[in-house]
Design a protein around this ligand. Structure first.
Ligand code: GLP
Length: 249
């Protein structure tokens, strides 16, 4: 595991953005997994700027979203599909047919999960961007999720429901109580993981993710078992790590 700690947020975003842009430029086809949440927004702005400055094209990119709320149609303004569209996809030249997501509004969610799992098996993800939730979740794999799980529906924990207020819901009663997510097993099949965390509030979580026991009680700890993972942190999120364990940027 490579751990990089950046003294400026802009440098962190540029590093992750450029790593992925480089990969896209060097391959005829690139399959990238995207996360929602506030943490990767600077990376998405980096992609938009790079596209607008003709430094990269996304026409050869297949995009896979990590997770979604159950009960919201993709076009609902608070869905993760809408968030990805507004924050990134509508500003770059990615082809609409190459944007893939779980649809949380399907009547048969088991069938929808199977469809998405199969699609990912057929289009293995080259680089998966990840963030960490306040209860240690990755995507919407809440504590207790099986470490080898496939796409599935989850009951969101109270912490995740409360965090959703940061994503534009006005009232807690408006937040769906279920999510649908790539499983930990699905995520672990990605060829490379880029885990990002920013801010003091993530410091304890980052410590447990990196030094703690690998356990389904703390799903992000699974990244310790991935053969190709880069953890990109700001100084606040890295504040509980030993300096000898990371590279300063
Ligand atoms: C959300 C999403 C995750 C995201 C995480 C961190 O609930 N389901 O995919 O990575 O929680 O969010 P943030 O970056 O806003 O802290």
């Amino acid at each position: 595991m490579k751990i990089l700690v950046f003294n400026e947020e802009k440098k962190l975003d540029a590093y992750v953005g450029e790593t992925i842009c480089d990969f896209i430029r060097q391959h005829d086809q690139a399959t990238i997994g995207f996360a929602t949440g506030s943490t990767p927004l600077g990376v998405y702005q980096y992609f938009i700027d790079s596209y607008q400055n003709h430094k990269v094209s996304f026409q050869n990119v297949q995009a896979f979203n990590l997770d979604e709320y159950v009960g919201l149609k993709p076009e609902h303004p608070r869905s993760f599909a809408s968030a990805m569209k507004n924050e990134l996809f509508s500003h770059i030249d990615i082809l609409p047919e190459n944007i893939h997501a779980l649809d949380g509004s399907k009547e048969d969610m088991d069938e929808e999960c199977q469809r998405y799992e199969t699609l990912i098996e057929q289009n293995p993800i080259d680089i998966q961007i990840l963030g960490i939730g306040m209860d240690g979740h990755i995507a919407y794999n809440e504590p207790g999720s099986p470490l080898d799980g496939a796409c599935h529906v989850v009951n969101l924990h109270q912490e995740s429901i409360e965090s959703s207020l940061d994503y534009g819901f006005d009232h807690i009663e408006d937040v769906p109580t279920q999510g649908v997510t790539q499983g930990i097993g699905t995520i672990m099949k990605a060829k490379q993981l880029i885990m990002m965390a920013k801010g003091e509030k993530k410091a304890d979580l980052v410590k447990r993710m990196i030094y703690g026991e690998v356990t389904s009680d703390f799903p992000s700890s699974i990244i310790q078992r991935h053969p190709n993972v880069i953890v990109c942190l700001d100084q606040e999120a890295a504040s509980q790590l030993k300096e000898e364990d990371y590279e300063k940027r």
